[in-house]
Design a protein around this ligand. Structure first.
Ligand code: NDP
Length: 430
């Protein structure tokens, strides 16, 4: 029996520890010799051309690392960026990282920043995790020897997004993570439900709730772009859970309907604003928010970038905040600074979430207070199609990928909690 088969069969930890780690494993990866695939101005950089699934070499494990047998993973937008080689090829990250850890600088880059699975090996310095533990991963790959990590891991100089700026990511049958990325798998979720949350949920948590984010309080009006997307689906839930008033922006009646089913009281279809770069459209958006809620947003949840940023700065209320973690439509933003300074607004940059924030989010999920937003599930062999769906904005919530899990619906341990939360809430995005 192979190690992978033993994991799938639910073998005891002693059996997992006894079986050999394979020398190669199946993974969704990019190839360095394909970096020039797309012309700079190519209109459709189709990720299916560059994202491959095949065998890659198994790395050695460092003392502070853990090898996970991955049951399921999920697509994040960074996999789309990586496979387009935008804004720069991720092999540049791997080369730089390779100067201090040569294992990562390879002709293949295994992608994926989310995973749920079973620990099958621990490095010599790992104390809190054991072979056989069922885990989910947080995406921040941080050197624990950097003093600032004890203040806020996201300020670490060598912070890396796992599976984007490091190799050996989660879209694979095995993955290598630091022990400080591990969290216990929520026991009431399936593998694919557990695997889809951490990156987006924790990023949204830090943006809205975290000490260094917008620090939402009860009653705050929060405008969320992409409100049924990866980040937005958790953002809306966190606003509702924290007593705020979400105003969700989406681009279709189907998404608007999903938002209402989530309990979002105010929904805006961005289709009605033809050009959000234009101040007239900002004014109309602001008027629409006032019409719906009666006041301007205290917080604008931004990740959409160039096409929306000017509007976001404009519609935030006097003294309000625009909190941003991304730029899907372009990262060179333009906005009218008069609206910012004259009305004492703030722009807050946010990135990922530190280990403690990930722990807080995992706790909410494990208590059944924050639900997965899984909408579709692909096999690992279909990872490129899954990433393509996200690239084309054809999805809602999160798109899952099964790795070693032989099918959907497996991995649930706490059926009682699952029943209490309810299948309808757990499957709202399906
Ligand atoms: P998704 O693709 O799942 O969702 C994004 C949503 O944004 C879509 O559902 C879409 O909703 C909306 N959208 C897309 N383009 C536009 C546009 N031009 N104008 C307005 N709305 C738009 O992605 P994620 O939510 O997972 O990620 C969003 C961004 O945030 C990405 O750029 C990603 O890289 C970044 N990110 C950054 C993180 C960090 O730690 N720094 C972590 C996670 C994500 P609709 O069409 O319905 O309006």
């Amino acid at each position: 029996m192979t190690l992978a088969q033993a994991v799938v069969a639910g073998a005891e930890p002693a059996e997992l520890a006894r079986l050999d780690v394979p020398t190669t494993y199946r993974a969704a990866h990019l190839r360095k010799d394909e970096v020039g695939t797309f012309d700079q101005d190519e209109p459709d950089k189709d990720v299916r051309r560059t994202l491959h699934v095949g065998e890659v070499p198994m790395p050695e494990l460092a003392a502070d690392e853990v090898l996970i047998a991955v049951m399921a993973s999920a697509i994040n937008y960074n996999t789309v960026w990586s496979a387009m080689f935008e804004p720069i090829p991720t092999f540049a990250f791997l080369e730089r990282f390779g100067r201090t850890d040569p294992r990562h600088d390879l002709p293949t880059h295994v992608l994926g920043s989310d995973a749920a699975g079973v620990v099958v090996r621990t490095g010599g310095a790992v104390r809190r995790w054991r072979v056989g533990d069922r885990v989910v991963t947080s995406p921040a790959y941080v050197d624990g020897e950097d003093p600032v990590v004890q203040h806020d891991g996201m300020l670490a100089a060598d912070l890396r997004a796992w599976g984007f700026e490091t190799n050996f990511g989660g879209l694979a049958d095995f993955a290598v993570v630091k022990a400080t990325q591990l969290l216990p798998k929520p026991r009431h979720l399936t593998w694919e439900e557990a695997a889809c949350n951490m990156l987006c949920a924790s990023t949204a948590y830090r943006m809205l709730v975290g000490e260094r984010g917008a620090r939402m309080k009860q009653g705050d009006v929060v405008l969320l772009w992409g409100a049924t997307g990866g980040l937005g689906g958790y953002g809306v839930q966190l606003v509702l859970g924290g007593g705020g008033i979400p105003v969700g922006v989406v681009s279709s009646p189907e998404k608007a309907e999903l938002l209402r089913r989530m309990g979002c009281p105010h929904v805006i279809d961005r289709g009605q604003f033809d050009d959000l770069a234009d101040e007239k459209a900002w004014r109309r958006l602001g008027a629409e928010v006032r019409r719906l809620v009666g006041e301007d947003p205290a917080i604008v949840f931004e990740h959409t970038g160039r096409e929306t940023f000017g509007a976001s700065v404009y519609v935030a209320r006097r003294g309000g905040s625009v909190v941003t973690c991304g730029s899907s439509s372009g990262y060179a933003h333009e906005y009218d600074n008069r609206h910012l300074w004259m009305k004492l607004k703030r722009i807050i940059g946010s990135h990922g979430a530190n280990y403690q924030e990930c722990h807080e989010v995992n706790r909410l999920i494990s208590l059944g207070l924050l639900q997965p937003t899984l909408s579709a599930v692909y096999p690992l062999t279909g990872a490129a199609d899954a990433a393509r769906a996200v690239q084309l904005n054809q999805h809602v919530g999160k798109v899952g990928v099964l790795a070693l899990a032989p099918g959907e619906g497996l991995g649930v341990e706490d059926r009682e909690l699952r029943e209490r939360v309810g299948e309808d809430r757990l499957r709202l995005f399906r």
